[in-house]
Design a protein around this ligand. Sequence first.
Ligand code: PLP
Ligand code: COI
Length: 342
Amino acid sequence: MDTVKKVDLDWSKLGFSYIKTDKRFIAHWKDGRWDEGRLTEDNKIHIDEGSTAVHYGQQAFEGLKAYQAKDGRVLIFRPDQNAKRLIKSAIDVVMQPVPEDMFIRAVRAVVKANLHWVPPYGTGASFYLRPFLIGVGENMGVRAAPEYLFSVFGAPVGPYFKGGLAPVNFITSERDRAAPHGTGHAKVGGNYGASLLAHHNAKEAGYADCIYLDPLTHTKIEEVGAANFFGITKDGVFVTPKSPSILPSITKYSLMEVAQRYLNMKVEERDVLIDGLDEFAEAGACGTAAVISPIGSITHNGKKHVFGDGQTVGTLTRKLYDTLTGIQYGDIEGPEDWMVEV
Ligand code: PLP
Ligand code: COI
């Protein structure tokens, strides 16, 4: 595997952008069954104009990464967790779920078919995979689609937030990405459509992204853009919000395990009050794309709360980052079944 000739790219300069790679997987559900699916070079999808995905947001997606290890192996981080979450999201918007074994077969096939696009070890980049499931077929009224399309494509990526492991600044949003009893816990497109204006406004105002508060009371932190929030208290406890409208981040649950098992830290999943940020010495955003992005400051109601000096990465944040990425790149032995070899 280490003899694969790589494409000519400046790997360490990559951002989080679309790059057309060679092959993607596509499968179709019709008449009660999924077909086998196939790899194709065509990056355009041809779907019915009445597709529910186009009109009614009947769709869900995932994001996961493959990493090249020092010895040349290519490892995918916890694909079973993404497969399970896509099943849950599908059920939430009444779609035909993709069986876990099919999801994992598709993801592996896409990595295998694009090995020359997987960033070499040591560049800090990784291969991002984007599985998606959409309602398609002839339709007009608001109802579940008669057919479904499942596809997985991938691209080499660098950091999602500028600078990678460098603190960035956020501002709270007055808008919500999800409703108190809505689809916030599912990875469905509607949540992201609803978030675009808040994201745009935050960027226009010079922030990396916005922070969403709980939609019912606007007093508790929920999400940091397209990532989960964590804070580290002055006594070194890893704290992360708990709410039914937060997307259950696989990175966040992995970090909780890393914090406990590798760093001997206490972890708590509970309310995080926007007016109670003084309890934290460090804070960060975490997710597949974001990895860990330290939070330098949060502006809320015109007041700026700065973590530490706002510029230095906290000691425990760095340890969490080093341990998690060490596991992902195969340098540190991870918990059983976390890394799946292609
Ligand atoms: N929250 C939102 C809204 C997201 O889009 C993501 C990205 O997937 C996350 C959190 C982080 O989740 P994960 O760690 O599973 O990528
Ligand atoms: C991810 O981290 O996989 C995401 O989905 C974040 C964003 C690019 C939507």
